[in-house]
Unconditional design. Sequence first.
Length: 304
Amino acid sequence: MSRLAVAVISYNTRELLRACLAAARADGAAELVVVDNGSSDGSAAMVRERFPDATLVDDVGNVGYGAAANVAVARCAAEHVLVLNADTAVHAGALETLRRYLDAHPRVGMAGPLLLNPDGSPQPSAFPFPGTLGWLVENDPVAPLAGLLPPLRRRLLRFAPPAAPAAVPWVLGAALAIRRTAFDAVGGFDPAFFMYFEEVDLARRLATAGWETHLVPTARVTHVGGASTSQVRVGMLVQHFRSTNRFYRRHYRGPRLAAWLAIMRAKMAFRIARDAAALVARPAERPMRRERLAAWRTALRDGR
C-alpha cells in the first residue's frame, strides 16, 4: 500500500499553518513537511513547538512557491505527496481518498480535491489551459455573459465543475496530490515561476509527457485564499502578469502567442484607463487606485 505525505508551503500565516498541520495530522498524513519561505511571524517556532514530528525547512529564504514546493517534495519519502498552501485544511478522509485514487489510476500524475470556501461553498478548482478558447470563455469579461446561456453554462468548469472524478486540464495549486514518479519525470515545478502559474505549467508539462491531471471532488479541502499574497497585494498583481507572460512565451509560438500577448496587454490598458478615471470620480479610493495604476504600468512595461 502506498503512502501519502503532506508538504506545506508557508509565508507569514502562523495560525492558519497551525490549523493546516493539525488537520493533516488528524487525517493520518504519513509525513508532515513544512517549508517556510522566510516568515517573520514566528511560524517556524510554532512548528517546532506544536509539531515536533514534522520536518521543518526554514533556511531557504523567500524563494517562491514552486521552488519551495520542490524542496518540500524532495524531503518526503512517500510515493505520493499532497502539496498544500498554509491557508488550507483537509477534511476528514481527504488524504485516504486521494491516496487511493492515485493508486487506482496509474496514469494520473496530479490530482486536486474540491476546494471549499470557509463558509462551505465550492471554489473554482479546475480550469482550461490559458491560451485556449475555453480559457477566454471562462474568464472575465466573457464568462458572465457566457454564464447566462444555460447550455454553455453547463459546459464551463467555472460554473459546473465535475461532480465525479474526471480528467481536467489543470487544478488550483492550493492543494495538489502529486505522484512522485510523474513529478520527478518532468523535473518538478519550474522555479522561474516565482508565484502564480507554477501549477499550470506543471500540468502542461505532465500532459506533454503523457500524464493526466484529475479533479477528485470526493476529497475536500477548505481554502481561505490569498492569506499570503494579500500581504503584498500590489506586488502580486505585477507578479501574476509576469507569470502569465512567461507561460504564454514558454508554451506558444507564432500567431497564437502574438494574439494572447495582445489580449493580455489590452486588459492591462483597460485597467489603467479604468483606475485613472476612478482617481477623479472616487477621491476616497485614490491611494488604492494609485497603487494599482503603478502595478498595471509596471506589468505592461515588463510584458513588452
